[in-house]
Design a protein around this ligand. Structure first.
Ligand code: APR
Length: 238
């Protein structure tokens, strides 16, 4: 069994995908029980769908908000948050929009694909909105539909967020990827930046995928089991 002493690293990045939240009960996107097996993203997760029927898309996102609020962060999320508290210089770069890392106590979180807990409007930027139902579907300033602040299919990513993630990953010396299928770019290409810095790269995922070759070590186990095993010893030390 591998164990890691975080003191040996100057900057650690945890790079997470939907598999990170799977043991909390949040469905993944692909594979068994995946959201995109049940719902066509063309109807619920792209700008065209929103333009055609904003209310339907907002209601779909309310269903997702309710599903996520019914779930709790698991021991893997808590382990990462505890490491940040103890060692600092730890960044979470996540593709997840569910806010689970923050609920577990992580503060240094870069959200690549936006957040279920934010809306935006052309007239006034973004607004936080936590809860099952949105407080309003309409902007109280201009009256237009509010749009979930999420990167949907076909959307460009926020370049400033990408830059921040790339700069952080380029300087890390330990890169731990957890629960991502490595198919959605540009995030899927991020492990390469860590490799270019000669970072030690570890993958935690019960299943291998097309990006697995890039990692130095693979832990074919669930996040909630692998993360505490990797770090518990260091968290128990004073
Ligand atoms: N622990 C670790 N990994 C797990 C676990 C677990 N308990 N359960 C499942 N996995 C792995 C699966 O093997 C799979 O490789 O998590 C991965 C989930 O893959 P996806 O559902 O494709 O999620 P992700 O890679 O985050 O998707 C990327 O696609 O739909 C878009 O914007 C959405 O952010 C999302 C992006």
């Amino acid at each position: 069994m591998i164990t890691i002493n975080p003191r040996q690293y100057k900057h650690i990045v945890f790079f997470t995908g939907a598999g990170m939240s799977a043991e909390s009960g949040v469905p993944t996107y692909r594979g068994h029980g995946g959201i995109w097996n049940k719902y066509r993203w063309e109807e619920y997760a792209c700008q065209e769908a929103f333009d055609a029927d904003p209310e339907k898309v907002l209601k779909f996102h309310e269903l997702r908000r309710a599903a996520v609020l019914a779930c709790k962060p698991h021991v893997g999320h808590v382990t990462i948050a505890a490491l940040e508290k103890k060692y600092s210089r730890i960044t979470v770069v996540t593709q997840n929009i569910d806010g689970m890392h923050q609920r577990a106590g992580s503060r240094n979180v870069i959200e690549l694909h936006g957040s279920l807990w934010r809306l935006r409007c052309h007239c006034d930027g973004t607004l936080e909105d936590m809860g099952e139902k949105y407080k309003s579907y309409r902007c109280d300033k201009c009256g237009n539909w509010l749009r979930p602040d999420i990167i949907w299919f076909g959307d460009a990513l926020d370049q400033s967020v990408i830059n921040e993630a790339v700069v952080t990953i380029r300087r890390c010396d330990l890169f731990v990827s957890i629960g991502t299928s490595g198919v959605v770019y540009p995030a899927a290409g991020f492990p390469r930046f860590a490799k270019e810095n000669n970072a030690r790269c570890i993958e935690i995922n019960p299943e291998a995928n097309d990006m697995s070759f890039i990692y130095d070590e693979a832990i074919r186990d669930a996040a909630g089991k692998a993360l505490p095993e990797l770090f518990l010893k260091s968290l128990e030390e004073n």
